[in-house]
Design a protein around this ligand. Structure first.
Ligand SMILES: Cc1cc2nc3c(=O)[nH]c(=O)nc-3n(C[C@H](O)[C@H](O)[C@H](O)COP(=O)(O)O)c2cc1C
Length: 365
């Protein structure tokens, strides 16, 4: 890929097309796909497209400021890399490349529990720019150890994923007989704290073994325990209802991620962007609200902020870029989204992201 930019894709869809050429069919489908009929996956994209923006004109937009703060941390622009497990499936430098790209562009990377690199190594690659996404294990000591390692390594927040009591049924994976590359699965298991003996014992059924180790009994009181073992701010990822958002506030977490897991869990769940306004209204600014699912353009970031989010997370867009060109690819897709957002600000009459509000959302009268 040329550095003068002439050969880079023009947009996220261009990265997706290149990634599809580069990756094996089963690896591409694994990332691209969703649960069951993929209704929610499609709806995430369609819902953003349905929303129209009414620009304000004759505002001075000669200078534009894109920076924002999330949980007290400064972001050069309001985009965060979503946790994606086992990034080494898509590029040998996987999580290291993603975290470095986030740090290099002034944003954050949420590292998945299913990382193929040890969490300490990723934190060293991007000091101060990483959050840790937590999947809760049945064994609380195991979970405590993981959380305390993340805190000691310098992660700035814990993002507890709450929408995976069981994994969604991903039919593309079933059709392709997709398997996690066994070596990478072993590595990621070692990284979270499974012993070599445990892994060897379950060598023929590693994935079911991991699935069994993860708790399906994650309930609200668990949050009291989690808060008691860490000083890190906690976000709940996977909130889709007003009631759950209010309960999150009552439980004393610092943030929520409005998310349907990129359409990979409950098919028929609503698009995240469609439920964002009611959740923002219910929460009344008591916790920070982030959103993911279907963000593909800078104008999507404007829509999300106008409807109540502080920042967005992107998943597949950076997976494609990582597959295409590693760290440079992820940097490119991030700066592309930043530049699209910058232009969208100018064209909507906003000189900074704080000026984005619901008056930008077009409503038919
Ligand atoms: C291949 C893949 C793996 C993922 N792994 C995780 C994970 O380990 N933990 C998690 O909380 N979310 C995971 N997600 C969900 C993302 O964090 C995010 O919610 C979703 O990708 C956002 O939608 P988008 O891809 O349309 O941007 C994964 C998503 C994909 C595509």
């Amino acid at each position: 890929m040329e550095d003068n930019g002439s050969h880079w894709p023009l947009n996220v869809a261009g990265f997706e097309a290149l990634a599809q050429k580069k990756l094996s069919k089963d690896a591409f489908d694994h990332a691209a796909g969703g649960a069951d009929d993929e209704l929610t996956l499609q709806e995430n994209l369609a819902a953003f497209r349905r929303i129209k923006i009414t620009p304000h004109v004759l505002e001075d937009v000669s200078e534009r400021r894109l920076e924002t703060e999330v949980l007290g941390q400064r972001l050069a622009f309001p985009v965060i890399l979503a946790p994606v497990s086992c990034l080494r499936r898509f590029h040998p430098e996987g999580e290291l490349a993603a975290a470095r790209a986030a740090a290099g562009t002034g944003v954050l990377c949420a590292l998945s529990t299913g990382s193929c690199y040890p969490l300490e190594e990723v934190a060293r690659a991007a000091p101060g720019s990483v959050w840790f996404q937590l999947y809760a294990y049945n064994d609380r000591e195991f979970t405590r150890n993981l959380v305390q390692r993340a805190e000691a390594a310098g992660y700035r927040a814990l993002c507890l994923t709450v929408d995976v009591p069981l994994s969604g049924r991903r039919e593309r994976d079933l059709r392709n007989q997709y398997i996690y590359p066994p070596e990478l699965l072993r590595t990621s298991m070692m990284n979270v704290g499974f012993t070599r003996e445990q892994i060897d014992q379950h060598v023929n059924d590693l994935l079911p073994f991991v699935a069994q180790a993860l708790t399906v009994r994650l309930t609200w009181p668990y949050l009291d325990w989690l808060r008691s073992i860490t000083n890190l701010p906690i976000l709940l990822k996977g909130i889709l209802s007003k009631a759950d958002a209010r309960q999150a506030v009552a439980c004393g977490v610092q943030g929520i991620v409005v998310s349907n897991h990129g359409g990979r869990q409950l098919d028929c769940a609503p698009a995240s962007i469609d439920v964002l306004p009611e959740i923002a209204n219910a929460v009344q600014g008591q916790v920070e609200i982030l959103i993911d699912g279907g963000v593909r353009r800078g104008s999507d970031v404007v829509k999300a902020l106008a409807l109540g989010a502080k920042a967005v997370l992107v998943g597949r867009p950076y997976v494609w870029a990582l597959a295409v060109e590693g760290q440079r690819g992820v940097e490119r897709v991030l700066t592309m989204l930043r530049d699209e957002l910058d232009l969208a600000l100018a064209l909507t009459g906003c000189s900074c992201v704080a000026k984005i509000d619901s008056s930008l959302i077009w409503r038919s009268s």
